[in-house]
Design a protein. Sequence first.
Length: 295
Amino acid sequence: MMMRSYNRLVVRGVTLLLLVGALTGARAQSGGGLYKRPPEVGKQETGVPEALKNVRIEQRLDEQVPLDIKLRDETGQLVTIGSFLGRKPAILALVYYDCPMLCSQVLNGLLGSLNAVPFTAGRDFEVLVVSFDPREKPELAAGKKRSYMIRYTRPNAEQGWHFLTGDESEIRRLTDAVGFHYAFDERTNQWAHASGIILLTPQGKVARYFYGIQYEPRDLRLGLVEASENKIGSPVDQLLLYCFHYDPAAGKYGPVVLNIVRLAGALTLVGLGGLLLVLWRRGAARKSPTTGGVT
């Protein structure tokens, strides 16, 4: 008797579970209830405003920067990009001076690297710091320049650093030419932008991109040598350029293994040749008869 009652309970329990499963499946297919079907692939929402989705640095190597772009320097004088070029390469840093954090880190990283590089701003290259915020004026640029010239430990540094501002149309011409995409975020009242610096040739063409807020002094040094078309630098720099090549994807200089092996082989042969020459001279000196007589 007890066994029959137990069997009835089991049958009822299984039937109830099947009914609940069927109802849940039906509600899932109709989109009702707590169950939600996963979004379709490629249509997931990221929460990023549409205006900010294109914020990035797009590489445009060898692109010509318009030399007639008009900006104002920290004294308020109207200048052109071309007035800083022609004979020397330039480092271009696109920032805005009232940036609460990232732009200062970009400039601090650049300053630290330049203090470790043997070249001097003004003598060997130019530094162009351009605000992409058209609301900022030369007075703000002048204050920013003073703060950085205190920490750049080179003579006549102010002649090589230029802190620039300009109208929106002129700024856009520059940022479009070098592939620097940014946007204003109204939620935070700040500019959204990527971080990095750009090297220009004396002719105003885009030569190199270095990303982030820290720049290896070796990379910056080699980039300046190449951007200058080897007009600055030493034989050591030429040797380093033989062993290290610029990787556009990484924005850094990486070792060329084959060239390093070749160089190591050549140095080994030179070393062996020098050793053989020394040994040959010592042997020749031992075999040569000594001259002299007894009186």
